[in-house]
Design a binder for this molecule. Structure first.
Ligand code: UDP
Length: 241
């Protein structure tokens, strides 16, 4: 472990489920509070933080629609994007309550609720020490917030995508099914694609690979890990080149 600041700007991808109690849906105040405290601590080193939050704790488009559904698949994806806005608003208030200035910026214009994402304004907020929470994914259906995290990280010229998960990193197999699964320390994008490893969705992986943007997959459930990830400590699985 070292304390030198490695990253100037990061995109932190949190799944919607990170705001719910394990195995439950919805938004848990306890989890929102925990994550906010960690995010605040992470910004205190001077690193600029943009959070991309999912909506899976409320609704995922692909699961919500289907052959028998009354709801069109695109509609379901838009509903998923709206779920991310609710998550973002809870995180915003929880962060501000502990004295961490925050702005929610949505990819879908929502006057009266939050700002709209404008690249240069987003950068300005971060330069002023505000955490930005990027809501509504990329604002288009049929992708997930993993893709949004990769896309925004490129646009904001972040140094890394920090993908927060419930396990310690990327494994050779599902560690929740096979306790002997191997945890990787480092992987190349080629490895991830060839071995079909579950890291982020395929579009996100392709974007990061194409632009040599590293991804760190780490366990946010271990207290202090968000701060460790942001400060470039050697945790989780690092994917690059
Ligand atoms: N979504 C979308 N476009 C985007 C981002 C998200 O259509 O740019 C929809 C999609 O249906 C997705 C849902 O919003 O399933 C919630 O996001 P996600 O599944 O990424 O949430 P997470 O798994 O991270 O909680």
């Amino acid at each position: 472990a070292h304390s030198e600041l490695r990253y100037k700007r990061v995109v932190l991808k949190l799944s919607g489920e990170s705001l719910a109690h394990s195995g439950e849906r919805g938004i848990s105040m306890e989890e929102v509070g925990d994550i906010s405290a960690q995010i605040k601590q992470a910004t205190q080193s001077g690193c600029q933080v943009a959070v991309v939050i999912g909506g899976g704790n409320i609704l995922r488009g692909a699961q919500f629609s289907g052959r028998s559904s009354l709801i069109n698949e695109s509609t379901a994806h838009y509903m998923g994007m709206l779920a991310t806005v609710m998550n973002s608003l809870s995180l915003q208030d929880a962060l501000e309550q502990i004295g961490c200035p925050t702005r929610v910026m949505s990819s879908i214009r929502m006057d009266g609720v939050c700002e709209t994402f404008v690249r240069r304004r987003a950068i300005r907020h971060m330069e002023k020490g505000r955490v930005i929470i990027l809501a509504a994914g990329i604002g288009r259906p049929f992708v997930t917030t993993d893709t949004a995290a990769a896309q925004r990280a490129l646009e904001l010229e972040a140094d890394v995508v920090l993908k927060a998960t419930r396990v310690d990193g990327v494994y050779s197999e599902d560690p929740e099914k096979n306790p002997h699964a191997l945890l990787y320390d480092r992987l190349s994008f080629k490895d991830v694609i060839e071995r079909n490893l579950r890291v982020m969705d395929a579009t996100a992986i392709a974007m990061c690979r194409e632009h040599s943007l590293p991804i760190l997959v780490f366990n946010f459930k271990k207290d202090g890990n968000i701060v460790r990830a942001v400060s470039g400590e050697n945790i989780g699985t690092r994917i690059e080149e």
